[in-house]
Design a binder for this molecule. Structure first.
Ligand SMILES: O=C(O)C1=C[C@@H](OP(=O)(O)O)[C@@H](O)[C@H](O)C1
Ligand SMILES: C=C(OP(=O)(O)O)C(=O)O
Length: 427
């Protein structure tokens, strides 16, 4: 089905951005390994987070799902039972890597499997440190890929410097470290999202940051609590960009997560000269939130790289589209991690935006985008990648001609009501 568009389209109004995917996954996992009741409000009912719920149910955890919230009756790490069935992680890298850290310390055998995209994503980056803590992990092609078989054990603490800036690898090690004997020290080459660290404290555990060392004591037991999941800044990013590049637009998004380890896109908007206002909430919650307002903007191309990359890694596809509408050139560097996401996002972004007439070139570690492009209509493909699908849907708002998006159902992974919100703002 083609999405009808004209380049005159404008977007106006307020939308409630759905719950943060990274935080929703973690809230289920922490609820499952803690003692007592956990209530999760504003949980993201996207396919990825539902994969996490299903995996923990198969591990014997009592998880009640209602429209508005999730309730978990946790019995601690000891409450997790050997699953009789394979654990299906679907399309979710976060589920796969974080659950590995939990399973590594349990005296059970389990098997993880996911979809065709997950089968291509590197898992030895997690398996290597977990094996050095004592777990047995094997997988296809020498332990690199799913299906993975895990036999957990009593783990020893670890001192580990991550070879890549990855919050998933860091989180898997931290989840193993809280079960291990002794203290673990983790260092990361660049700061990545710190939701796991914040959540350890929310669930009554302890974790310290001294200089660049993240220090966790083993043998901790956690207690259930109530988690209010903020709106996902990675989902808000699509409407931030849509409002900035469509004519006569103004979009307001309250209750969006503003964790500084995640909000690199705000810095990009400011550097490009976009019309953006950020009003911080005074909630005192573990995760900061606020209202983001974006209006139609005049933009300049910029250079994006270095320490900013992990703070906006999932936003690069939509930032690439933003850059096509700036004046001048935008260069994105140091983003080679994009090659091991749901798709090779350097290739899929460049290939699909070129189909709509953008002047964009792939490089070894990013892309170069020339601005002031008029986008045309055409048939494009999400390649089964939710973020590529949503980026292309936003491109359709400003393209001159109809855009047909193949495999757009991939969007359900992180933003099931995305098209409703787009329609709501278009009226
Ligand atoms: O920890 C997380 O919740 C995530 C970390 C990032 O992955 P990496 O850790 O592989 O960079 C990000 O791309 C992913 O969408 C979610
Ligand atoms: C990379 C992503 O997620 P995951 O790694 O959990 O599949 C994403 O949501 O863009």
């Amino acid at each position: 089905m083609a999405i009808e568009t004209t380049s005159e389209k404008s977007l106006n109004g307020q939308i409630q951005i759905p719950g943060d995917k990274s935080i929703s996954h973690r809230a289920v996992m922490f609820g499952a390994i803690s003692n007592g009741k956990t209530k999760i409000k504003n949980f993201l009912f996207g396919e990825d987070c539902l994969s996490t719920v299903e995996c923990f149910r198969k591990l014997g955890v009592d998880i009640e799902v209602s429209d508005a919230e999730i309730n978990i009756d946790g019995k601690g790490f000891e409450g997790l039972k050997e699953p009789a069935e394979i654990l299906n992680v679907g399309n979710s890298g976060t589920t796969t890597r974080l659950i590995m850290g939990i399973l590594a310390g349990l005296p059970i055998h389990s098997v993880l499997i996911g979809d065709d995209s997950i089968a291509k994503r590197p898992m030895s980056r997690v398996a290597i440190p977990l094996k050095s803590m004592g777990a047995q992990i094997d997988g296809r092609e020498n332990g690199q890929y799913t299906p993975l078989a895990i036999r957990g054990t009593n783990l020893n603490g670890i001192q580990y410097t991550l070879p890549v800036a990855s919050a998933q690898v860091k989180s898997a090690i931290l989840l193993a470290a809280i079960q291990a004997k002794g203290t673990s020290i983790v260092k990361e080459p660049q700061i990545t999202r710190d939701h796991t660290e914040r959540m350890i404290r929310q669930f009554g555990g302890s974790i310290e940051k001294v200089g660049d060392e993240i220090i966790v004591k083993g043998g901790q037991s956690l207690s259930g609590c109530e988690i209010k999941v903020p709106g996902d800044i990675s989902s808000a990013a699509f409407f931030m960009v849509a409002a900035a590049i469509a004519k006569n637009s103004r979009v307001e998004m309250p209750n969006v997560g503003l964790n500084p380890t995640r909000s690199g896109i705000i810095e990009v908007f400011e550097k490009m000269g976009a019309s953006i206002t950020v009003q911080k909430d005074e909630t005192g919650e573990a995760e900061p939130t606020g209202t983001i307002i974006v209006e139609t903007s005049t933009l300049q191309g910029i250079e994006i790289g270095g320490e900013l990359i992990p703070k906006l890694i999932d936003e690069i596809p939509i930032i690439a589209l933003l850059a096509t509408q700036a004046s001048g050139r935008t260069v994105i560097r140091n983003a080679e991690e994009l090659k091991v996401k749901e798709t090779n996002r350097i290739d899929t972004v460049v290939h699909e935006l070129q189909k709509l007439g953008a002047n964009i070139t792939a490089t070894e570690d990013g892309m170069i985008i020339e601005g002031n492009s008029k986008l045309s209509g055409g048939t494009v493909d999400s390649h089964g990648d939710h973020r590529i699908g949503m980026m292309l849907a936003v491109a359709s708002v400003i393209s001159e001609g109809d855009v047909e998006i193949l495999r757009k159902e991939a969007i359900n992974v992180s933003y099931p009501n995305f098209f409703n919100h787009l329609e709501q703002l278009s009226n």
